[in-house]
Design a protein around this ligand. Structure first.
Ligand SMILES: Cc1cc2nc3c(=O)[nH]c(=O)nc-3n(C[C@H](O)[C@H](O)[C@H](O)COP(=O)(O)OP(=O)(O)OC[C@H]3O[C@@H](n4cnc5c(N)ncnc54)[C@H](O)[C@@H]3O)c2cc1C
Length: 413
């Protein structure tokens, strides 16, 4: 069964599960097709039944639940925006809608799908040889293998061009082995991955100078991944240090179709796009928790929802959620039309992360002391969003991209 067909099956099984979103003040659903709504509802049903009942425990235990990977694959969510090689071939809007629902569960869940699909699989799909695609993409789409994407280094974060991981040739000629040496940091899933896409400087033995991508089977001697712990954010998610100690790779381990930072950046753009939706999913979930609580919690003899100060908070949150989803949908439609400009991704990523984190923090205030427990989602989401606003370009980096767009002046260095 294809991934697309399995999604259609789930649609029927899920039935009409979706009540109108309490945050939806503008009939957002009227902007979506029946197919888009069906996909959204399928993923929402999965998150409600499989993720929400367990997420507090996974977060507390700092565990990513690998047991859900087969179900994510069965739903066609791994590399869902890619075509061929067992991928579902879904639209950018559908990818975004799924991301929002996953992140309403937890940012760690959307991050898993993003690292696997937007980063590792996209790198192979965009820049790999036909043999590399045939070898890796079907097993990554089926969840039989996990992939990771190693760009960031201990001393190269916002400025990946300063990376020092180096791939040298062991000898002359195009069939000489590659030897990778260096270190990566913050690499999602690196200790459970079967294949790591590692970006490294090259340029000896007559090879062109520049950053190139390498497919590193993680069983290769010299590859070591160590989880970064303890974390105060993204606890139900894995990030690692990678040590690359003279990792020997065959000549055809390199991604042949790109040299330079445009290689990793083309994948980061896919992931950044998903965040535009995902952040609003987390915000919506925090809002829903706060709204429900405000209706039940009595203080001074009345529900919190009956006080004007509480209503002002809820209204401000809902306005930003509605605007954030509208922005995400507009950018998604542009992406599907092939007209999404680089700086427009920064508009969405910067705005929606910034608003989402404020919404989650404000939602926490409505919950009072109970809001600092894992019984409620807002503070968990807010803590996760600290990572989301940092990875795939920090707030500052996206501000600089937009500053350059507005003024024509680059202020990065
Ligand atoms: C949970 C998580 C998951 C991640 N997953 C991955 C992954 O799978 N693969 C991967 O390769 N990386 C991953 N990353 C790394 C992430 O992309 C980096 O953390 C990010 O690029 C920022 O780099 P840095 O942490 O080194 O911060 P730095 O670049 O050191 O930045 C520190 C601060 O300085 C600011 N700053 C930097 N430059 C400027 C400037 N020119 N002007 C003004 N301010 C500036 C930044 O905005 C930030 O506020 C992940 C990170 C996290 C937290």
């Amino acid at each position: 069964m294809t991934a697309t067909a399995s999604l259609a099956g789930m649609d029927t099984a899920a039935g009409n599960i979706t009540a109108p979103d309490p945050a939806d003040l503008i009939s957002f659903d009227s902007l979506l097709s029946a197919e888009e709504l069906a996909l959204r509802d399928t993923v929402r049903a999965f998150v409600r039944s499989e993720i929400k009942p367990n997420i507090a425990r996974w977060y507390e235990e700092a565990t990513f639940p690998l047991e859900i990977v087969p179900e994510l694959a069965r739903l066609g969510l791994l590399g869902m925006h890619l075509s061929g090689y067992g991928c579902a071939g879904r639209s950018a809007v559908e990818y975004g809608l799924a991301g929002a629902e996953l992140e309403a569960g937890d940012s760690g869940l959307r991050t898993f799908v993003s690292v696997q699909g937007s980063l590792a699989m996209s790198a192979i799909h965009k820049h790999g040889s036909e043999a590399q695609k045939q070898e890796w993409l079907p097993q990554l789409a089926a969840g039989e293998a996990i992939g990771c994407f190693g760009l960031t280094e201990p001393t190269a974060g916002s400025d990946p061009g300063s990376m020092t991981t180096f791939a040298r040739r062991d000898g002359d000629g195009p069939t000489a082995d590659w030897i990778l040496t260096g270190a990566k940091r913050w690499i999602g899933l690196a200790n459970v991955a079967k294949v790591a896409v590692i970006w490294a400087q090259t340029g000896d033995h007559g090879d062109p100078r520049g950053v190139r991508g390498f497919l590193v089977p993680t069983a290769t001697p010299g590859y070591t991944a160590t989880p970064i712990q303890p974390k105060l954010s993204m606890r139900a998610s894995i990030q690692c240090e990678i040590d690359l100690d003279e990792v020997r790779l065959p000549h055809d381990a390199v991604l042949p179709n790109v040299t330079g930072l445009k290689g990793p950046f083309s994948c980061l753009n896919e992931a950044r796009y998903g965040i535009i939706w995902g952040a609003m999913g987390a915000a919506r979930d925090a809002f829903e928790d706060a709204l429900a609580y405000s209706k039940e919690r009595l203080q001074f003899g009345r529900p919190l929802a009956g006080y004007q100060l509480t209503q002002a908070k809820l209204v401000d949150m809902a306005l930003e959620i509605n605007k954030g989803f509208l922005l995400a949908l507009h950018l998604g439609r542009l992406k599907d039309a092939g007209r999404l400009a680089h700086h427009q991704i920064s508009v969405g990523k910067l705005n929606n992360c910034r608003e989402a984190i404020e919404i989650c923090r404000e939602a926490r205030t409505i919950l009072g002391g109970n809001g600092i427990t894992l019984d409620y989602s807002p503070l968990r989401h807010a803590n996760n969003l600290e990572s989301v606003r940092t990875y795939e370009g920090t707030d500052e980096v996206h501000t600089l991209i937009l500053g350059q767009q507005l003024t024509g002046e680059a202020a990065f260095r």
